[in-house]
Design a binder for this molecule. Structure first.
Ligand code: OGA
Ligand code: MN
Length: 281
């Protein structure tokens, strides 16, 4: 047996793994067992980790090549040095955020769904956390698809959805804008997970802008109904961060959001991603 134990986080999905020090390389059997646990449970939590950037990067690379950044270096707050690493933080220097996604609430989204090859995984490591708020919410999109009413399934089955990202946490694109200004990509609205073969709903609150084959109003109404359905189904795990937590999530079968938090409390997480591939229906 691989030297760790599994503890479920939510009835629907998510597991905490205890007994591993992520700063040490995993042997091949452990790596395989963790990968299988990740595919089975969708998100994994490891508590009380002590990780340098280098150690976190090495842990990440055991699952595949690092994901890159789509956003141009000169547009990123932290500038050119950060091709793979991202600081998710509200810390500011001379009033300017030193990282990305600084403040407050963020709507539900899938990382990189607006790219041709969405990243498989994202890993966030908590270095400083707020006393209140700033939770990350995760939704199980396999269950979200399975529990969808049949009439809704019929309205979307086999269609494509357009994802657009303005790099703003709670602002969707207005389709009257010139969308070529923003990163955007058509994707199947229900994808087949490349590694598990299971079907997952691939629509989210922040980035999904339009469903193929509908007028704008009807398409918006369907997207809103889909999102409401996910929110009201019992498929959401609410993660309250502790310093030293590392959470890794699967971007193909989960989406995530962030709850609001006070501006005067420091929040700092370090993020790497695992690259992905094109997704099909
Ligand atoms: C992210 C993200 C949420 C958070 O890093 O992709 O959405 O809780 N972060 O900061
Ligand atoms: Mn995200």
């Amino acid at each position: 047996m691989a030297g760790f134990t599994l503890h479920k986080l939510h009835d629907s999905f998510g597991a905490e793994i205890r007994g591993l020090d992520l700063s040490a390389p995993m042997d091949p059997e452990t790596c395989e067992a963790v990968t299988q646990a990740w595919l089975d449970h969708l998100i994994l939590l490891f508590r009380d980790q002590d990780l340098t950037p280098e150690a976190q990067r090495k842990f990440c690379e055991q699952f595949g090549p690092l994901g890159g950044r789509l956003r141009k270096a000169e547009d990123r707050p932290e500038g050119r040095d950060a091709e793979n690493i991202m600081l998710v933080t509200n810390v500011r220097k001379n009033g300017v955020p030193i990282g990305s996604l600084p403040d407050g609430e963020m709507f539900f989204h899938h990382d990189k769904c607006y790219a041709p090859e969405p990243d498989w995984g994202t890993m966030l490591y908590a270095m400083e956390v707020t006393r209140v708020g700033g939770h990350t919410l995760f939704a199980n999109m396999y269950d979200a698809w399975e529990t969808l009413p049949n009439d809704l399934k019929d309205r979307i089955e086999g269609r494509q959805v357009l994802h657009i990202y303005k790099y703003l946490p709670t602002e969707r694109v207005d389709l009257k804008e010139d969308i070529d200004k923003y990163d955007h990509q058509w994707q199947p609205i229900v994808i087949t997970h490349p590694k598990t073969g299971r079907r997952a709903l691939y629509v989210n609150e922040l980035m999904s802008a339009m469903i193929e084959g509908y007028e704008e109003d009807e398409s918006r109404e369907i997207i809103d109904r889909l999102v409401e359905n996910v929110k009201s189904a019992d498929v959401i795990y609410d993660h309250k961060w502790q310093r030293g937590d590392l959470v890794m999530w699967d971007n193909w079968c989960t989406m995530h959001a962030r709850t609001d938090f006070p501006r005067d409390q420091t929040r700092m997480l370090r993020r790497y991603t695992i690259s992905g591939q094109a997704l099909s229906a």
